[in-house]
Design a binder for this molecule. Structure first.
Ligand code: PNS
Length: 164
């Protein structure tokens, strides 16, 4: 049976750290679904539709990568998609506590689903979507830290909010 993995997250925006994990995951599993959480409570910079469109464009040449959205419990989505694995990236010890709690809670909710942690390449270990947004909005350079399409979209966002 092919192994299908789900890589869930907010991806607001997609960073090169995410891209690295997805690329590694695609080598390890038969297929990897990048699953974006539809969360009405947060005020994201990019809408879910924008995030999906960006990720689909970045991975258009990768047949093993699928981009989808989900709401509700992650384990229910994973089960519905008949996937066996949840992939999460671990950058530093600071990620560990929250990731450990989530993995154990998900294990309790559905013991058939395994969480697999993957480390990104060293040069991406300090990147987070939150820092990218902060640095970019204050005029800092994010080149090389996010896909070029994300950089373009960040520039468009800033110019449309400034002309409003
Ligand atoms: O990119 P993020 O914000 O770190 O991703 C967190 C995410 C989406 C993986 C997590 O919030 C999640 O799984 N949410 C869905 C609701 C759920 O299942 N919550 C219980 C997790 S233990």
């Amino acid at each position: 049976m092919p192994t299908l993995a789900v890589y869930p997250g907010s991806f607001d925006p997609l960073t090169n750290g995410h891209v690295d994990i997805i690329t590694r995951g695609a080598r390890l599993f038969d297929r990897i679904i990048v699953a974006m959480l539809v969360n009405a409570e947060k005020a994201p910079l990019f809408s879910v539709d924008e995030r999906v469109e960006i990720a689909r464009a970045v991975f258009k040449a990768h047949p093993k990568v699928e981009v989808d959205t989900f709401g509700g419990l992650l384990v229910d989505y994973v089960e519905r998609r008949q996937a066996q694995v949840i992939v999460r990236g671990l950058r530093a010890v600071s990620d560990f506590e929250f990731e450990f709690q989530m993995a154990l809670m998900n294990q309790r909710l559905n013991a058939k689903i395994e969480t697999v942690f993957m480390m990104p390449a060293e040069q991406y270990t300090y990147i987070s979507s939150r820092l990218i947004k902060e640095v970019f909005s204050l005029g800092g350079r994010v080149h090389g830290l996010v896909p070029e399409l994300v950089e373009e979209r960040l520039r468009e966002k800033v110019s449309t909010t400034r002309t409003r």
